[in-house]
Design a protein around this ligand. Structure first.
Ligand code: C2E
Ligand code: MG
Ligand code: MG
Length: 400
């Protein structure tokens, strides 16, 4: 039941209004002067206050000013009751924070209409405040959650729970391992092996990817040097670079520093980037790529065909390698669409002097297809899934 407080010094008018509103189903309280009205407002917190303007001692304006400055009553809808509503008077009341004016004598319909309209506005206001609060709580919750994720990822790096696996990239014609792609794994003590597809997006969002990516780069470069020193003829190690990493202003000098520290030749490193990076700010992307190329590092475009697929950028950007996404390789042999797409990509890439690697090769038939259409290299479960460094070395030893 909605509570209405009526502050009116004229007893006849006051009781009339109270009776009328009670009959309409409101919970009503009356006050015969300003001070009584103020204390009733603070103690009962009505939903609407009706208040006479002209009263001895504390008049309606004084009541309104006091209510608006009290934290409990600052937003309670307030309607003035007045004998003469002159423009200047109405203006004064509105400026002090009144919501409406009713000029006496008013009809029952006018009175009830004014109250309902105030109640509706107040309900909308309360809802809006609630929405604002819940959306700011949601934003805060999301920020807290991200912070937690970042803390757990940082902890995992400190506890050495991350590992780099290596997947061979094999020459299609000779069947020999040419290079290795470094792929990070999280060996969680309770959850077991977690795929990067699960935690890389979180690492990217929290910014932790910069730290993690640098660790992967360092680990992969060190491992590559160990293999080269052991006499294995591995040409390159490929490391994935996320958008955040790519946008670091000092990316090329960091890469150069890591290579120098480890003593690995820049030509032994390939960096894999995805298409989405290329569309954002072409000019600065080309400049960054050129800096990396000037170091002597190779650049490959990963998951080709799944992003924006604008062919114009292929000619503009200084790529060395194009990796056909595995979604085009699967079913290459039983349909005609994927086969046609893959043939066209290989041909186009070769005419742009790019080397082509097919990802996700799982069957002999897929390999035969790639062999026939002169794809340069392939990567996939047919040859080997990504494996720990020791197992990769075994593949090198076997010269598979
Ligand atoms: P990607 O760079 O395209 O890596 C290839 C993904 O395909 C790998 O998944 C690999 O395990 C999987 N794959 C390889 N051969 C086959 C196959 O024959 N069949 C199928 N179904 N899958 C195959 P993974 O290791 O789960 O990595 C997923 C993605 O996570 C990577 O895609 C890469 O975008 C990202 N990622 C992995 N490691 C890193 C990293 O160190 N840094 C960054 N920034 N991203 C990484
Ligand atoms: Mg990759
Ligand atoms: Mg890929």
């Amino acid at each position: 039941m909605k509570k209405i407080l009526v502050i009116e010094d004229d007893q006849v008018i006051r009781e009339n209004i109270l009776k009328l509103l009670k009959a309409e189903g409101f919970d009503v309280t009356g006050a015969s002067n300003g001070s009584q009205g103020l204390s009733a407002a603070v103690s009962s917190l009505p939903d609407v206050i009706l208040c006479d303007v002209m009263m001895p001692e504390l008049d309606g304006y004084g009541v309104l000013v006091a209510l608006r400055s009290h934290p409990l009553t600052a937003t309670v809808p307030f309607v003035f009751l007045t004998g003469k509503a002159e423009r200047s008077e109405v203006r004064q009341g509105m400026e002090l924070g009144a919501d409406d004016y009713l000029t006496k004598p008013f009809s029952k319909a006018e009175l009830v209409g004014a109250i309902s309209s105030r109640l509706k506005k107040q309900a909308a206001f309360v809802q809006q405040q609630h929405n604002l609060r819940s959306s700011s709580e949601l934003v805060q919750d999301a920020a807290d959650k991200l912070e937690q994720i970042k803390t757990s990822l940082c902890g995992a790096l400190e506890r050495e729970e991350f590992q780099v696996y290596y997947q061979p990239q094999v020459n299609v014609q000779s069947g020999k391992i040419m290079s290795a792609e470094a792929l990070v794994r999280w060996l969680h003590p309770e959850k077991g092996l977690i795929s990067p597809a699960e935690f890389i997006p979180d690492a990217e969002e929290t910014g932790f990817i910069v730290q993690l990516g640098e660790w992967v780069l360092r680990t992969a470069c060190k491992q590559m040097q160990v293999w080269q020193n052991a006499g294995f003829s591995l040409q390159q190690v490929a490391v994935n670079l996320s958008p955040r990493q790519f946008h670091q202003p000092d990316l090329s000098s960091r890469v150069a520093q890591i290579l120098a520290e480890i003593g690995l030749a820049p030509s032994s490193l390939e960096l894999e980037l995805t298409e989405s990076l290329m569309v954002e700010d072409a000019k600065s992307a080309i400049a960054t790529l050129q800096q990396l190329k000037d170091l002597g590092v190779s650049i490959s475009i990963d998951d080709f065909g799944t992003g924006y697929s604008s062919l114009s950028y292929l000619a503009q950007y200084p790529f060395d390698v194009l990796k056909i996404d595995r979604c085009f390789i699967s079913n290459i042999t039983d349909g005609c669409t994927n086969a046609a797409i893959v043939k066209a990509i290989i041909e186009m890439a070769h005419s742009l002097c790019l080397e082509v690697i097919a990802e996700g090769v799982e069957t002999e038939a897929e390999r035969d297809f790639l062999w026939r259409y002169e794809c340069d290299a392939m990567q996939g479960y047919l040859f080997s899934p990504p494996v720990p460094a020791a197992d990769f070395e075994q593949l090198l030893v076997e010269g598979k």
